[in-house]
Design a protein around this ligand. Structure first.
Ligand code: SAM
Length: 275
């Protein structure tokens, strides 16, 4: 699908309103977005001029986490919910460059992800794309395609990367994730990135951009983000800003928090193991 300002000939998509997946694609520099999405992305850039770099750092953190899981933790099954468009470098590429047999199930509630994914992954038997909703975790667990693709008697990495911010705490998103984690065996992992609130104006700007463009995109304190992990132990270095988060090498030369650019203090990542 090409970038277009013309009405979308595919009635499956409402292109008059921005969607999270397409705004994110626009921020990542992708082509699968429409005028309303680019207006949404422009609002982000108005309040956070480096919002595109935040999106890129988020994808880089995703790759760091998947490499840790595939290489160090021996994980070969990934359930990636809120996967976004499988463009740029995404989970299947990161996992399968370490283990070509790694299986990935992408789940997203935006139908554009399925439409795009079908074409892109037509030749990749180890990866599937399913349209479903994190708000209905049991539906994800009961999905026949997912059940046929992933072996739930073996460890699975559940990825909820760059999606929590789109839910208000009143919706209790941690309960949806708990339902999913309860279905996974010990040795499985939970990988999360989220918008953080440590009192910085640019973090507030990110929230404002999200609320004005998409009607969601809340920031949370690090203490609140830690609760997403449902009490499971975090893999070193624990929860940290993306640019400081190196699970494969927690002793690497980590920049001090004060040395990070303000845009690098908007997202945090963490990885927990079910024991
Ligand atoms: N995980 C990818 C990454 O970090 O690069 C993409 C993150 S993107 C910011 C958030 C994605 O979550 C979008 O593709 C959006 O469509 C999807 N999403 C939002 N709400 C969802 C829901 N309730 N269920 C499933 N996916 C959802």
């Amino acid at each position: 699908m090409a970038t277009s300002d013309a009405p979308d000939p595919n009635p499956e998509f409402d292109t008059s309103q921005p969607t999270i997946a397409r705004v994110y694609d626009a921020l990542l520099g992708g082509k699968d977005n429409f005028a309303a999405d680019r207006e949404g992305a422009a609002l982000y850039l108005k309040y956070v001029p480096d919002a595109g770099r935040c999106a890129i750092e988020n994808r880089e953190a995703l790759v760091k986490g998947v490499h840790y899981l595939a290489r160090r933790a021996g994980i070969d099954q990934f359930l990636d919910i809120g996967s976004g468009l499988p463009t740029q470098k995404n989970t299947h590429e990161a996992a399968q460059e370490i283990n070509p047999n790694a299986k990935v199930a992408y789940v997203d509630n935006d139908p554009i992800v399925l439409a795009h994914g079908r074409a892109l992954l037509a030749t990749n038997n180890s990866t599937i794309v399913v349209t479903s909703d994190l708000r209905r975790p049991q539906e994800i667990l009961d999905n026949e395609e997912i059940k046929n693709h992933l072996d739930f008697s073996r460890p699975i990495a559940l990825m909820i990367v760059g999606i929590h911010m789109h839910f208000h705490d009143d919706e209790k998103p941690d309960e949806w994730v708990r339902t999913l984690m309860d279905a996974l065996v010990p040795g499985s992992y939970l990988f999360i990135t989220d918008f953080v609130d440590t009192g910085e104006p640019l973090q507030k700007g990110m929230e404002r951009a999200g609320l004005e463009s998409l009607g969601n995109g809340w920031i949370r304190t690090p203490e609140r983000i830690e609760q997403h992990f449902l009490g499971m132990p975090l893999v070193p270095p624990g929860l940290d800003f993306l640019a400081r988060w190196f699970p494969e090498d927690p002793d690497a030369d980590i920049p001090a928090v004060e040395d990070l650019q303000p845009y690098q203090r908007i997202l945090m990542a963490g990885l927990a193991k079910k024991v």
